[in-house]
Design a protein around this ligand. Structure first.
Ligand code: PMP
Ligand code: GLN
Length: 389
């Protein structure tokens, strides 16, 4: 192989390979149970496969419309109308994307100019800051503090400047499992009123909020708050909702002026998304129970995994949503979290994600994240190993 005859001059000099690839690979190399990268280890509903095959045989094998198949955009419009009581125009305000990652990148690319500031919340999902920096923006981090991992709105207010163009946030929150409350949305609304700040709401876990009845908790979608929705890109992902993370299909809702800008970038980032899969998803979505039942499905897994870890030396943090359970291991070791996660994988046979990967400065509170989107047998085997640590 030739060597490069000049310096590559990286646009992302501080970025290595994403922690999700690193830990999944380590797990595979050591035959460990992989509770690191977030994906289910069980099969998606077989009906989905039949629907994709049906649409392939029926001829949907060429480019889909740039903004997404009409049937899928209409199904999304129906879903959000039913759930959040809002009307989004399938033609002008909904775009189908290659997963949430592309939607977030595209929203940033469409709006953020060199020198613009974008507020994020640490621990921050790992794609946000590189998406900002690749587009010439500057990420400004606010802290979600242990143990609640909810925003400190005074800190956010202090970080807003005339250069603030965007705020990207995520609820239910990966990795902490925190769920923003109505008062958080109201505080955000007060802060952005009268500004030109655009919001990107990453709601990929919108259907995975726990203890809804007992704790009177719900997903505080931006779509419930007109004062936020009017300036927001709202992003979700079918990967999470229908157990098909490998299909990489998501979507983005935004008012028509924002959608128009979004699509100017989208058409050159990816142009369009897998056609037969879109048509299959459109049909599959018609049964609402398939997304409405997700919270109960994962709540049972959360409760099972937590009960299996009773008696271990891990301190389980609250998990109010998502399919991630976080744990402190201070009673076991004072190693940095990355070293601990690696040793847990190589010596104890369970892979997890170190929280420090979600902080720009490597902040480390000795917390790791387990993905419990797994069959009970996998969770039981992993817990048995973890109880022995
Ligand atoms: N945002 C968050 C918070 C996520 O956890 C994930 C992936 N699990 C994504 C975005 C990316 O979703 P997708 O796979 O649809 O790109
Ligand atoms: N979002 C998934 C997680 O948090 C991983 C997605 C990815 O590997 N990029 O684990």
């Amino acid at each position: 192989m030739p060597t490069l005859p000049f310096a590559a001059e990286s646009r992302l000099p501080r970025v290595g390979t994403t922690i999700f690839s690193v830990m999944s690979r380590l797990a595979a190399e050591h035959g460990a149970i992989n509770l690191s990268q977030g994906f289910p280890d069980f099969a998606p509903p077989p009906l989905l496969f039949d629907l994709v095959a049906k649409h392939m045989h029926a001829g949907a094998n060429q480019y889909a419309p740039m903004a997404g198949a009409a049937a899928l955009r209409e199904a999304i419009a129906d879903k959000v109308a039913g759930l959040y009581g809002v009307h989004y125009d399938a033609e002008a305000e909904i775009t189908v994307t290659a997963g949430a990652t592309q939607a977030i990148f595209t929203a940033v690319a469409a709006l953020v100019r060199p020198g613009d500031e974008v507020i994020v919340f640490e621990p921050v999902y790992d794609s946000y800051v590189p998406s900002i920096e690749l587009n010439g923006g500057r990420a400004v981090a606010c802290r979600l503090a242990f143990p609640g991992f909810l925003p400190d709105w005074d800190e956010v207010a202090a970080r807003i400047t005339p250069r603030t163009r965007m705020i990207i946030f995520n609820t239910p929150h990966n990795p902490s499992g925190a769920v923003w409350r109505e008062e958080d949305m109201r505080a955000l609304e007060r802060l952005v009123r009268g500004t030109r700040i655009v919001l990107v709401a990453d709601e990929v876990y919108e259907h995975i909020v726990f203890d809804a009845e007992t704790q009177n908790r719900r997903h505080e979608s931006v779509l419930r708050h007109p004062g936020l929705a009017e300036r927001s890109f709202v992003v979700s992902s079918f990967g999470k909702t229908y157990h098909v993370t490998g299909w990489k299909v998501g979507y983005c809702l935004a008012p028509r002026e924002l959608t128009a800008e979004f699509r100017k970038a989208h058409q050159f980032v990816v142009f369009c998304v897998n056609h037969p899969v879109q048509l299959a998803l459109a049909e599959f979505m018609q049964d609402r129970q398939r997304h409405l039942g997700l919270a109960a499905f994962y709540q049972a897994k959360r409760d099972f995994f937590r009960s299996q870890l009773a008696g271990s030396r891990f301190e389980l943090l609250p998990c109010r949503g998502t399919y991630f359970q976080s744990a402190r291991y201070a009673a076991i070791s004072d190693e940095p979290d990355r070293a601990f996660a690696e040793r847990l994988t190589t010596e104890h046979g369970v892979a997890a994600i170190p929280f420090s990967a979600f902080y720009g400065d490597g902040h480390d509170e000795r917390i790791i994240r387990f993905c419990f989107a797994k069959g009970e047998e996998t969770l039981a085997r992993a817990a048995e190993r973890l109880r022995a640590v």
